[in-house]
Design a protein around this ligand. Structure first.
Ligand code: NAD
Ligand code: ZN
Length: 604
């Protein structure tokens, strides 16, 4: 049931306003019907005009007879004589009502405590204090089973202890009633709390009924003001262009970068304007710098800023991300001002993931994949201390989870700011320098030889490829020149794969990493060393570089695998579908069989 009153106090006649060529109310009606969740959908209204709008467009509308104080009363009158079980009240001014939100409210009646529930409603997380303190946003607090304790326009709970971890929730005006409960509601007189707050569901609490809240974090736009309508029209227009023309990807880049020897010292002045009141900056720093007092001093931690040393001995895991997020949430009530990652690809990826998971619910493992993130990350800064991965520019963060090794690839993943100071890479051991540098070289090869290649990626890939040859083959560069060049090669290599994809070496190296814990850089080298079948010229070049720098690449790493380990390794590698498609085209499954992969792994 969609209650629809013509005369809204803040924006009269809003339901009949034009939204992308249709009235707001008709759009809400159609969206609700299209969810397929309901046996019947009705608009219940006091207005002839709205009634006609729905009827003339083939919908169901009911004229309400009496004057009503609220939407629930209006729909109670309408369903009084209908044979229905559950009635859902959908707001007429929410034309972007999502199917998932409605589904969640209905699912409440299928849960184990269904018989205790009189009414179900929706809530959504709020993290911005301005919104929390806005009386137009109704807040709700719940007990441990998500039953509502109280609704208010005041911030509840009051944050006397700023360090107590508490999540604020906003109430969304979607209700699902058992018919009996709805009819009760209609008969019960309004009491003082409801009258004071002007929030209708308080009536239930005042009469001791149980309201179960479901959580939905998908945000639509409510049409409360003329400005909302302008915004909604804009969103609709953008959505249309997206569905009509989604052939080309709109690729997010790092918006701010500073480059130069010693640029690290500018970090405090870069961060100062980003500091939010009492919210700290959290520094995630590679523990190789644990005893490096000088580096820590250069960061100028202030107030309640927090420094967490993280180990890069193992590559980032979803569990590690979840733990760091938990530590931060436990210590601070509000989200930090930002996350600053200082380290190699491992720490940079970890930092991106933590920034994302501070604003997205659940475990990092829920978001491994392409475009699964809903909410913008908090401000995050990346500062590489070793070059090659391109993690400083990329749209992903590679994580090992309980079931897969896969990145959180999203528009919100890239850093808001990167600091490129080649001097930070001074202490990198030679082998590590080579392995991580070869990650860059391999990125270029895989991107340049891939079927996803386009001029954009190519322009970056070719530059990085040339820089790698300059750095890793016989050269007369000074160490300082070489460091600066490798830092930029990493950047360009990252840009190249971000708009194309990696290939065979990465797909197979993910298998090694998952089963044996082999690290990314060396894992790529182990694999690439044996890929002459796929990348003949470049494998030769790689071997020249390896010999010139006298680097040892392990051999026979798969010779003692159990059958089960081998099967898992093959599963992980085969799971990297976009990588294979890029490397070998649509036909890849005919070339890369399980037997083929086993044979290749055994050769390594
Ligand atoms: P890393 O971050 O694991 O670091 C390698 C080693 O070098 C560590 O022991 C570290 O402590 C040490 N180190 C780092 N800086 C140092 C310094 N200045 N002095 C001395 N030692 C230093 O290695 P990496 O190769 O940079 O990164 C690998 C990670 O990057 C993997 O987790 C991989 O999945 C990820 N990666 C991500 C992307 C992406 O697009 N996001 C791309 C490629 C790789
Ligand atoms: Zn890589």
């Amino acid at each position: 049931m969609i209650p629809a009153r013509y005369g809204a106090s803040r924006f009269p006649g809003k339901l009949m306003q034009d939204l992308g060529g249709k009235s707001v109310i008709l759009r809400t009606y159609e969206v609700t019907k299209e969810t397929g969740l309901f046996d019947e959908v009705y608009v219940v209204t006091d207005s002839e005009q709205i009634y006609k709008e729905i009827e003339l467009n083939g919908g169901n509308a009911i004229m309400s007879i009496k004057e009503h104080d609220c939407g629930s009363d209006r729909i109670a009158e309408a369903v009084e004589d209908m044979d229905v079980d559950i009635v859902v009240n959908v707001q007429g001014d929410e034309p972007f009502t999502s199917k998932s939100g409605l589904e969640k409210v209905l699912d409440v009646f299928k849960g184990p405590d269904a018989d205790k529930i009189d009414l179900a409603s929706l809530m959504t997380e709020m993290n911005d204090w301005k919104e929390i303190s806005d009386p137009n946003a109704v807040k709700v607090i719940v007990d441990k089973d998500n039953f509502a304790l109280y609704f208010s326009r005041s911030p509840i709970p009051y944050p006397r202890d700023k360090n107590a971890a508490v999540q604020y929730y906003k109430h969304k005006g979607i209700y699902a009633f058992r018919k009996d409960a709805l009819m009760d509601f209609y008969r019960l007189p309004m009491r003082s709390l409801e009258a004071a707050e002007k929030i209708e569901c308080i009536r239930y609490l005042e009469y001791g009924k149980n309201i179960k809240m479901a959580i939905s974090n998908t945000q639509g736009i409510e049409i409360d003001t003329p400005e909302d309508l302008v915004r909604a029209n804009k969103v609709l227009k953008e959505d249309k262009t997206v569905t009509v023309n989604n052939k080309y990807r709109n690729f997010p880049m790092v918006p701010k970068v500073i480059f130069g020897t010693g640029s690290f010292d500018q970090l405090p002045s870069i961060l100062a304007p980003k500091r939010k009141d009492k919210a700290p900056f959290i520094y995630l720093v590679d523990d190789v710098f644990e005893d490096n007092k000088e580096l820590v001093n250069r960061m100028h931690l202030r107030f309640n800023d927090k420094l967490i040393f993280v180990s890069a001995d193992e590559e980032p895991k979803t569990e590690q991300v979840d733990n760091i997020v938990r530590v931060i949430k436990r210590e601070f009530t509000y989200n930090p001002s930002g996350i600053i990652g200082v380290g190699g690809g491992s720490v940079l990826d970890l930092s991106k993931a933590v920034a994302l998971m501070l604003t997205n619910k659940g475990s990092a493992a829920d978001y491994q994949g392409w475009d699964l993130i809903h909410n913008k990350a908090i401000y995050h800064v990346g500062i590489p201390t070793i070059s090659g991965t391109g993690a400083e520019v990329s749209r992903t963060t590679v994580l090992t989870g309980p079931e897969k090794k896969l990145g959180i690839n999203s528009d919100y993943t890239p850093f808001d700011q990167v600091v490129l100071d080649p001097d930070l890479t001074v202490g990198v051991p030679k082998n590590q320098w080579f392995y991580t540098g070869m990650d860059c070289f391999i990125h270029c090869v895989e991107s340049l030889q891939g079927t996803f290649l386009n001029e954009f990626s190519k322009s970056y890939g070719e530059k990085a490829y040339d820089l790698c040859k300059e750095i890793f083959l016989e050269n007369d560069l000074t160490e300082e020149e070489s460091r600066g060049k490798l830092m930029m090669a990493s950047w360009h290599g990252g840009m190249s794969i971000a708009y194309s994809q990696v290939g065979v070496a990465h797909a197979m190296s993910y298998g090694l990493g998952y089963v044996l814990g082999t690290k990314h850089g060396i894992g790529n080298c182990i694999v690439f060393n044996h890929l002459e079948e796929f990348y003949p010229e470049d494998v030769k070049l790689f071997q020249e570089m390896r010999d010139y720098h006298d680097i040892y690449i392990p051999e026979g790493v798969c010779s003692n695998l159990s059958e089960e380990q081998m099967e898992t390794m093959i599963d992980i590698a085969l799971g990297m579908v976009p990588l294979w498609e890029n490397a070998l085209g649509d036909d890849w499954e005919r070339i890369i069989t399980r037997d083929k992969l086993r044979e290749l792994y055994l050769r390594m």
